[in-house]
Design a protein around this ligand. Structure first.
Ligand code: ADE
Ligand code: ZN
Length: 356
């Protein structure tokens, strides 16, 4: 069952001229639920942090680094993404990175951001867990005060590493548990199925964390099944490969399981050859709880509004889909029911204000 749209909003939508769709997409209140903070590190900031920390980069200039962003699959991206993150050393570096993202997100009318961070990318280089989490958490707090954006952190385990390493990471992070609301699973998907992390996810569930996992980005529908049945996640990150399994589509639709889809990421990592062939419109039409997100905006050529604008331009989706996707994003967030209801009302008022 899809969200029931209030009759007044439905009536207003019929009077929104098609040419106002881009402005509507840009200004509508929305949640971003799939953003890796390390993937928001722009080349200019990588160079600035390298200089501040006295590090030499293997690229002579910002332009040279940016021109290396030509990916053929997930792994080709991850190699350069982990190299970029190596300039993050001090708490202030994590703070500056997160503030830059949150300012950009607030400008895109993101009212809620649920942000992944990969502690193992940093602790493996000797950066203390507290440095990472305290820098990011301070940014979330300051961004709320400065721009009114609600932000929360999701600690992600790197799935190419072992479950024992994930357990160690969890233990190291627990002294800072008030600063993150959930647990995720990311990095190289193929060959690293969700069930590899069954025990650590069980422990995280007992501890009361929200659970999500990347599944069905490049990997098969079976990985989505095991994220649901073994890890017992509350959202699937990506999930676009689910379309290959009719039974899985039924399960996702019937349970209104949110999928955090990232169109420009899928394009840049060659999951789809062209945005016109992206399956998001079909997933939405099949009744799935789809949302639009940026994944790693500094690497994939766009923040969340760029994802909406380019996807809508390529696929011909319209005002109704815009409403449904924004509404889905707010509802799939881990904010309180009262907060979600307030944002839902803002969304309805916003669409009404666009009617001619
Ligand atoms: N880490 C950062 N971006 C990712 C993606 N798209 N898939 C898996 N792991 C990631
Ligand atoms: Zn991701």
């Amino acid at each position: 069952m899809t969200t029931t749209i209030p009759a007044t909003t439905l009536a207003a939508m019929a009077h929104i001229p098609a040419e106002r769709l881009p402005a509507l997409l840009r200004s509508m209140p929305k949640a971003e639920l799939h953003i890796h903070i390390e993937g928001s590190l722009e080349p200019e900031l990588i160079f600035a942090l390298a200089e501040r920390n006295g590090l030499q980069l293997p690229y002579p200039s910002v332009e040279a680094l940016r021109s290396a962003y030509a990916f053929t699959n997930l792994q080709s991206f991850l190699d350069i993404y982990y190299a970029g993150a190596s300039v993050l050393l001090q708490e202030q570096d994590f703070y500056d990175m997160a503030m830059a993202y949150l300012e950009r997100a607030a400008a895109d009318h993101v009212v809620r951001a649920e942000i992944f961070f990969d502690p193992q990318t940093h602790t493996e280089r000797g950066v203390p867990m507290g440095t990472v989490i305290q820098g990011l958490a301070r940014a979330c707090k300051d961004a709320q005060a400065r721009w009114g954006i609600s932000a929360a952190l999701i600690l992600s385990f790197l799935r190419h590493l072992s479950e024992a390493a994930a357990l160690e990471t969890l233990e190291a992070a627990l002294p800072y548990r008030e600063h993150f609301i959930g647990i995720g699973l990311d990095s190289s998907e193929l060959g690293n199925p969700p069930e590899k992390f069954q025990s650590v996810f069980e422990r995280c569930r007992e501890l009361g964390f929200h659970l999500v996992a990347h599944a069905g980005e490049e990997g098969p529908p079976d990985y989505v099944w095991s994220a649901l049945n073994v890890l017992k996640v509350e959202r699937i990150d990506h999930g676009v490969q689910s379309e290959k399994d009719w039974g899985l589509m039924q399960r996702l639709a019937q349970t209104r399981m949110p999928l955090t889809v990232c169109p420009l990421s899928n394009l840049k990592l060659c999951v789809f050859p062209d945005l016109r062939e992206h399956n998001l419109p079909r997933l939405l039409a099949a009744g799935l709880h789809v949302t639009v997100n940026s994944d790693d905006p500094a690497y994939f050529g766009g923040y969340v509004n760029d994802n909406y604008l380019q996807l809508f331009a390529a696929t011909g989706m319209g005002v109704q889909e815009a409403y449904q996707l924004a509404r889905n994003s707010l509802e799939a967030s881990f904010a309180t029911p009262a907060q979600k209801a307030a944002w839902g009302q803002q969304l309805d008022a916003h669409f009404a204000s666009f009617a001619a």
